[in-house]
Design a protein around this ligand. Structure first.
Ligand SMILES: Cc1cc2nc3c(=O)[nH]c(=O)nc-3n(C[C@H](O)[C@H](O)[C@H](O)COP(=O)(O)OP(=O)(O)OC[C@H]3O[C@@H](n4cnc5c(N)ncnc54)[C@H](O)[C@@H]3O)c2cc1C
Length: 420
């Protein structure tokens, strides 16, 4: 049963006029905000309480075309580019963090195979084959409503980009034999395909990150096992259990990207790792908006008591607003300059933006709890869920908040090839 009262329709997070959005972006964000308020917000408490997957949301997203947001228009999708997607996804995150985060895993299967690979190098025959395959992939989503997940974490150094993925793809007649284990596999048991990152085995050679493959494994393929409990602090609706692959066979056509392309993408299109941030940008806005409504005595589900006349509340809200504007400005700039072969400055900015969104979403939510007070953290209201969900952002590999700091410090102080 849905327990939370729907929120009143707010303006989109990024004012089209102020941020000079294109007409396409403005329309997309308005529709995402409307969908979030109408469909996602009223159900968000349920997925959180049950730690269950938001299947009903996906049914509605499928019906209203959101599964194809980054599929090119020529292929029947909405045709959103990187920035347009990020802006729309922030609107989803504002209303239901878990839905936005899982949706991101799905959307990456179209973004990476689409506009991202269009920017990368491959020979003509490889590109033609890739286009044929991705057309089928897109049809699978648009015609059959297929949902994709993106399990890459393994519990070791691979997800941080340090070493090759330990999940292996051994070439066999007509395809690959997959073996390995993924942890925190959002949508486990619910996605139709697991878009896994794994390493192609070349005989006795040491596994190499250059041989990373991106393969779509059907949920019901023999040898696929979902295991482990799922009862976490936040993002409970993501259902991020463990996935085990035991001698799972997939045909060569399961490759979502040609061999070597993931490695090229990770090196040349690094903003691809920023797609986890929109969810948390939305949560930061949600924590701020909740506080504003609450202090005005206008939060649905809470008594209509005004608290805005107290100077401490005004200062707290001002501080939240300052942090929110800083976060929005830096994030907007970073997603605006996403593209192939970023300069060192752009790279440092992307890492700074990632760190800022993930850390500030949690800081703003924590401040919201302290400012609004005891009644505001009851489970009948969304703030305590926003607080728990926002805690998860800085933990997400490969660009955890810590790893961003690590890289910014090192890369700012050292030029390529310099050592001490
Ligand atoms: C709600 C949720 C959903 C998720 N969904 C997915 C998903 O769909 N797919 C997926 O692949 N993963 C997913 N993840 C996993 C996530 O991306 C991380 O892989 C996971 O949180 C890492 O947990 P860990 O305990 O193994 O961290 P560890 O790898 O042990 O890292 C702990 C901390 O140490 C630091 N650290 C890690 N590696 C290094 C290093 N090489 N050098 C220096 N410091 C380092 C980092 O700051 C990190 O926060 C999800 C996580 C959460 C919380």
């Amino acid at each position: 049963m849905d327990t939370q009262i729907p929120l009143p329709a707010d303006a989109p997070i990024f004012d089209p006029r102020g941020f000079r959005l294109s007409p396409f972006e403005a329309d997309l964000c308005a529709r995402a905000q409307e969908f979030g308020a109408r469909v996602l917000a009223p159900r968000a408490a349920r997925w959180d309480r049950e730690a269950s997957f938001p299947t009903d949301n996906y049914d509605d997203m499928r019906r209203e075309g959101w599964l194809g947001i980054c599929i090119p228009k020529a292929d029947g999708g909405m045709g959103a580019d990187f920035r347009a997607y990020c802006l729309a996804a922030a609107e989803f995150g504002r209303h239901c963090g878990a839905t936005a985060l899982t949706w991101n895993m799905h959307v990456c299967s179209t973004l990476w195979t689409g506009l991202l690979t269009d920017d990368l190098e491959m020979d003509t025959a490889t590109r033609a084959l890739h286009h044929d395959r991705r057309k089928l992939h897109y049809e699978n989503i648009l015609r059959r409503g297929a949902i994709f997940s993106q399990p890459f974490s393994e519990g070791g150094a691979a997800a941080a980009g340090g070493v090759a993925f330990g999940t292996t793809a051994t070439p066999v007649d007509g395809g690959f034999r997959i073996n390995g284990k993924k942890i925190f596999a959002s949508l486990s048991g619910h996605a139709d395909y697991y878009g896994i990152l794994c390493t192609e085995v070349h005989g006795a050679e040491k596994l190499s990150r250059r041989d990373t493959l991106y393969l779509a494994i059907p949920r019901d393929a023999p040898g696929v096992i979902v295991e482990g409990e799922w009862d976490p602090l936040g993002m409970r609706g993501t259902v991020s259990r463990n996935l085990v692959f035991r001698d799972v066979f997939v045909p060569v056509s399961a490759a979502l990207m040609p061999p070597g392309l993931y490695f090229q993408a990770a090196s040349r299109w690094p903003h691809m790792f920023m797609t986890l941030t929109p969810t948390y940008m939305g949560l930061a806005q949600a924590a701020h908006d909740f506080t504003l409504r609450y202090l005005r005595g206008e939060q649905p589900g809470a008594p209509p008591v005004k608290r805005r006349m107290y100077p401490t509340k005004q200062i707290a809200l001002a501080e939240m607003r300052i942090m929110l504007e800083q976060t929005k400005a830096l994030w907007f700039q970073a997603i605006s300059e996403a593209g192939p072969d970023p300069s060192k400055e752009q790279m440092l900015r992307a890492l700074a933006a990632q760190n800022t969104v993930m850390e500030n979403a949690q800081a703003i939510a924590a401040k919201a709890v302290r400012t609004c007070g005891g009644q505001a953290m009851l489970k009948t209201l969304p703030l305590e869920r926003i607080y728990r969900d926002s805690r998860c952002g800085s933990l997400m590999l490969p660009w955890t908040a810590e790893l961003c700091v690590d890289r910014i410090g090192r890369d700012a102080l050292y030029e390529k090839g310099e050592t001490d």
